[in-house]
Design a protein around this ligand. Structure first.
Ligand SMILES: [Zn+2]
Length: 241
């Protein structure tokens, strides 16, 4: 019985480590997908920033064209002022000049503001371009190492299969089925008795049952959590002498 329980314990260790590499296997593509999403997100952001920059640059060109038009008009109004023959004409020309100057000033101020924003856009684009490239590098590294690790895990899982079958062959079917039933429900199905308690649920074990478990002649399960109980003698090697 003791040997069977030892085989079962090894089998459980194998199942637990298999579970953890299976989880790892599942997480690798998830991790890659997450990085892909980040790359796409920053790429999208960059695209938006670039088109906003383009729009602003185009806006400035339009505004500058507008200013040069107004400047032409201003020269014409100045000529009109020079050629004015009476006060009425000169006042009208002066009014035109004032309005045009004001408009030009306003346009120039607007352009300055937008130019400042354009500089900010450029800085941000530069930053995000750098971030984008780094993310792309991270992505290809993650994909590369992920592929390698996945292949490793696959072969590990394959060799585990043979080892598990070998261990399962050393455990009676009834015990194996019991183990598998509990494992499915609770994860760890085989637990040690520590200080007279089940280490799965921490409930105390009746003294007579505890004695029986120590003998290791029969399979005992915890009456609270139903896990299979094993007893391991305490090793005193360190405390002796
Ligand atoms: Zn228990």
């Amino acid at each position: 019985m003791q040997e069977e329980l030892e085989a079962l314990e090894q089998l459980q260790n194998l199942d637990l480590s298999t579970l953890s590499i299976r989880t790892e296997l599942k997480e690798i593509p998830e991790n890659i997908e997450e990085t892909q999403k980040n790359v796409a997100y920053v790429g999208d952001l960059l695209q938006k920033e670039r088109s906003r920059l383009e729009e602003s640059e185009k806006w400035c060109v339009d505004r500058e064209r507008d200013i040069s038009l107004q400047t032409d008009m201003l020269s014409k109004s100045k000529a009109k002022l020079q050629a004015s023959r009476n006060e009425k004409e000169s006042k009208a020309a002066q009014r035109e000049i004032d309005t045009l100057r004001k408009t030009i000033q306003e346009r120039e101020k607007e352009i300055l503001d937008v130019m400042e924003a354009i500089n900010q856009y450029r800085l941000r684009i530069e930053e995000h371009t750098k971030e984008f490239r780094e993310l792309e590098e991270t992505l290809s590294a993650t994909e590369e190492s992920g592929k390698v690790r996945m292949a490793e895990i696959e072969s590990e899982l394959n060799s585990t299969k043979a080892r598990r079958a070998e261990l399962a062959g050393r455990v009676p079917d009834k015990t194996l089925r019991l183990y598998e039933r509990i494992y499915k429900r609770l994860g760890k199905a085989l637990v040690e008795v520590v200080d007279g308690s089940c280490s799965g649920c921490n409930m105390g074990i009746q003294p007579q049952v505890y004695n029986e478990i120590q003998k290791g002649e029969k399979i005992f399960t915890c009456s609270f959590c139903h896990r299979i109980l094993i007893y391991k003698p305490v090793e005193n090697a360190d405390t002796d002498e």
